[in-house]
Design a protein around this ligand. Structure first.
Ligand SMILES: [Zn+2]
Length: 144
């Protein structure tokens, strides 16, 4: 299964260095992004119906590590899911506590729960969603 988001371009999903390094082969970068987590971003965008920011460096914004991260970055955990293309940090104008409550109460489209199985709990201004290979069933709520 592959997935190309309806609402997001590649620059929003990778940082400027990775983007530049693969400028003549963007498909190679797309292959590094987990299909389910890309679909999850579209689902959140569609469900809340408001703009969702992931990276915005290409528009002069400050976010460049909210999608796939460089392996040598000092941001986040050493083996962060971001470094493996398995996680996205979504910023949208909805209180994060409300989004977490919606997720816990199964209010999102059912497909969301097939695309996301890790959510970080201590993220004040963003929603960290990931798809990891764990066996716990349902969503694992973790500290970032
Ligand atoms: Zn994150």
């Amino acid at each position: 299964m592959s997935y190309r988001p309806r609402h997001f371009i590649l620059q929003e999903l990778v940082g400027p260095q990775l983007y530049a390094a693969c400028a003549n082969n963007p498909d190679y970068l797309w292959r590094k992004l987990n299909a389910r987590i890309l679909e999850a971003a579209d689902i959140v965008r569609g469900f809340y119906g408001v703009p969702v920011i992931i990276n915005n460096w290409h528009n002069g914004g400050r976010f460049k590590e909210s999608g796939l991260r460089d392996m040598n970055t000092t941001t986040g955990a050493k083996l962060s899911a971001h470094k493996f293309g398995l996680a996205l940090d979504l910023k949208l104008n909805v209180p994060i506590a409300k989004i977490h409550e919606d997720i816990k109460s199964n209010r999102l489209p059912i497909r969301f729960y097939e695309c996301v199985n890790v959510v970080e709990i201590n993220t004040p201004t963003w929603l960290h969603v990931a798809f990891e290979n764990h066996m716990k069933g349902g969503i694992m709520w973790v500290r970032g």
